[in-house]
Design a protein around this ligand. Structure first.
Ligand SMILES: [Zn+2]
Length: 328
């Protein structure tokens, strides 16, 4: 039997976002070529991706598949260009909504976040500014579709040594591809080498309107996904940002510990500020990141939900519809 060798090229693409560059990966095996993630629809990123593919001798239309690890714009913005060439797009089925800027998911998320900000005590004008910023992101996105949904346990049919893992946390609709035999793991933003990944709060899907949807317990899900990955012999991790690395267990343990330390600090903060809103707590905990309210509110809610789930704090919704926390 012929020996098949898998080749992995990391294509580092610039982005206009604070995160810096994003990785796309080109996989080649036995004449099949797969692109994992594709960067935002932004001139310098488009140019870098074109050059990377050209250097590897790959014409975009000859790709066997594009795989999207999750729906964030820095990973999916250029997807439309490939799908218009007829390249199949593989992703978690719920990534589809993220590939339609200004579409129904944006409307659902908009209604959800407006209601969330109101309940968390964000002043009206600040909430509106925050929402406007959120949807500005769609200018780096493009319309596309998921032609081939991938779910937990699926074999990736284009490169059948790869298996699909669902890894909710950083995003709800998030998958990883793992080739156990070759020891290569593509995990999107699940485990990053240099920075901790955010567990973004999202609306639960399937409600009539976004403002009726409960929020996801993203941080708790994220920790569960991390613990699961720590038990697997992943091999080399190819992350969504930063360089590829091995030794994911030690890194995951460190991330879990950092979260536990942060949780203790949040508990202390709630104890010292009884009856505070999530908006107030977010600004107290992250005084230097007040301009990134969407992010710090999401982070704060992650810890409040965790503490509440463990019975250490409780929340109470007032007649004004605003939620306030206190230690039990
Ligand atoms: Zn992401």
């Amino acid at each position: 039997m012929a020996v098949q060798t898998l080749r992995v090229h990391r294509l580092e693409l610039p982005t206009p976002f604070p995160v810096g560059s994003v990785n796309a990966f080109l996989l080649e095996e036995d004449g099949r070529r797969v692109l994992i993630d594709c960067g935002p629809k932004w001139g310098p990123a488009q140019q870098a991706l074109e050059e990377g593919l050209r250097e590897a001798g790959v014409r975009p239309e000859s790709l066997s598949a594009v795989v999207l690890t999750h729906g964030h714009v820095d990973h999916v913005g250029q997807c439309g260009a490939f799908s218009r060439l007829g390249v199949p797009v593989y992703a978690h089925p719920d990534v589809a909504g993220w590939l339609h800027p200004g579409g129904p998911l944006d409307e659902y998320r908009g209604a959800f976040f407006r209601a969330l900000h109101r309940a968390m005590g964000t002043p009206e004008a600040e909430a509106e500014r925050c929402l406007a910023e959120l949807f500005l992101m769609s200018k780096w996105n493009d319309r596309s579709v998921v032609t081939h949904p991938l779910r937990e346990g699926d074999v990736f049919p284009v490169l059948p040594d790869f298996r699909v893992l669902e890894v909710p946390g950083h995003a709800q609709a998030a998958i990883a591809l793992w080739n156990e035999r070759a020891g290569v793991f593509f995990g999107g933003d699940q485990v990053l080498p240099h920075v901790s990944s955010n567990a973004f709060v999202e609306p639960e899907m399937g409600w009539e309107r976004g403002d009726l949807a409960p929020r996801t317990r993203s941080l708790l899900q994220y920790r569960e996904s991390l613990r699961r990955l720590a038990q697997l012999d992943l091999g080399t991790v190819h992350p969504g940002h930063g360089e590829s690395f091995t030794g994911h267990r030690a890194l995951i343990e460190r991330r879990l510990r950092e979260q536990e330390q942060r949780r203790a600090q949040f508990f202390d903060l709630v104890r010292r500020n009884p009856g505070a809103t999530a908006y107030t707590l977010a600004n107290l905990y992250f005084p230097r990141h007040r301009d990134q309210l969407q992010l710090i509110l999401s982070e704060t809610l992650g810890f409040l939900d965790w503490l509440e789930a463990d019975g250490l704090i409780e929340s109470h919704t007032g007649d004004d519809g605003v939620v306030r926390w206190r230690a039990v």
